[in-house]
Write a protein that binds this ligand. Structure first.
Ligand SMILES: Nc1ncnc2c1ncn2[C@@H]1O[C@H](COP(=O)(O)OP(=O)(O)O)[C@@H](O)[C@H]1O
Ligand SMILES: [Mg+2]
Length: 282
């Protein structure tokens, strides 16, 4: 079962341990009414520490399901999910998870949404430091001046930033991002991508990003995994050879970018055409 020990034993001292996250032979089935739905079927994913992995695939292929397992919110029906080499059993407090839905509390201001970590006693800091920390994070995501605003008073992009700030306050070493920029207009999306990458590179975070935007996947990630339509399997894996730190906007003008896009699109388009639910259009 533990296939990691032998390779791990060979890693020279001082190097990063091999995998932050791994999924091995993972199957997930949901019982729905009188039938069982197989969401993912035999998935193997290895995510090295401090790497950036993007998951793309048609809607309903199990991308969110994968993130839920890494976050410890869902157990695989078969197979093993590990974090730092240990099986994930219950909520994984090492990860920050931005789910697909906007989960800001509408009756709380931005600063009270961001500061919720302290009330949940997940982080213990003296009150004055808590306030400083909340201000600092709000400034980091570009929401300075909006601390006392309610979610309904913010644009979609600002709400995403607030949700992002709330995640960062936990200082997670790993980010699980489920279509974090889906609702944003094209320009804002690019700016958020730049900001996210800067932060991830500076803090050496490990990231799994789910996106339906192939350009976003190529611009941000070290590796892109293409899922088949449901039941989700890994159809293709591509390494993205661009340097770090990188500018995810300027990369798009490079000829290699277009080649990667074409290659990944060729993998993805069959799945989209075959899938019963088309989240991508044709
Ligand atoms: N809690 C659940 N109960 C029943 N079926 C579910 C549940 N969660 C997800 N599914 C089904 O599993 C499949 C994969 O879902 P999901 O991981 O959300 O896909 P994706 O994020 O790739 O769009 C879908 O067919 C979905 O309907
Ligand atoms: Mg999803």
């Amino acid at each position: 079962m533990n296939a990691m020990t032998d390779t791990r034993g060979l890693v020279p001292a001082g190097r990063q341990p091999a995998d932050k996250i791994s999924l091995r032979d993972v199957v997930v089935e949901f019982a729905s009414r009188d039938m069982r739905v197989r969401a993912v079927d035999g998935i193997d994913i290895e995510v090295p520490s401090q790497s950036f992995t993007a998951l793309v695939g048609p809607s309903g292929c199990g991308k969110s399901t994968v993130l839920n397992m890494v976050a410890g919110l869902l157990k695989p029906t078969e197979g093993v999910v590990t974090y730092d080499g240990k099986p994930v059993n219950g909520p994984n407090v090492r990860v920050g998870y931005m789910t697909q839905k906007d989960t800001l509390l509408p009756w709380r201001t931005v600063e009270d949404n961001v500061g919720i970590a302290f009330e949940l006693a997940c982080r213990r800091l003296p009150k004055a430091e808590q306030v400083d920390r909340v201000r600092e994070i709000i400034e980091l995501v570009g929401l300075k001046g909006f601390e006392r605003h309610y979610p309904s008073e913010l644009s979609g992009g600002m709400r995403k930033r607030a949700a992002f700030a709330r995640m960062l306050i936990y200082e997670p070493e790993t980010l699980l991002l489920d279509e974090p920029f889906g609702a944003l207009d094209a320009q804002l999306r690019l700016i958020m991508q730049q900001e996210l990458l800067r932060l991830v590179e500076r803090r050496r975070m490990t990231v799994i990003l789910v996106t339906h935007d192939l350009e976003e996947a190529i611009a941000m990630a070290d590796r892109v995994l293409v899922f088949t339509s449901r039941p989700g399997r890994i159809r293709a894996t591509r390494t993205i050879p661009f340097e770090r730190p990188r500018d995810p906007v300027n990369l798009r003008f490079r000829p290699e970018f277009g080649k990667l896009y074409e290659d990944l699109w060729n993998e993805l388009k069959d799945e989209v055409a075959l899938g019963t639910e088309t989240g991508l259009g044709k």
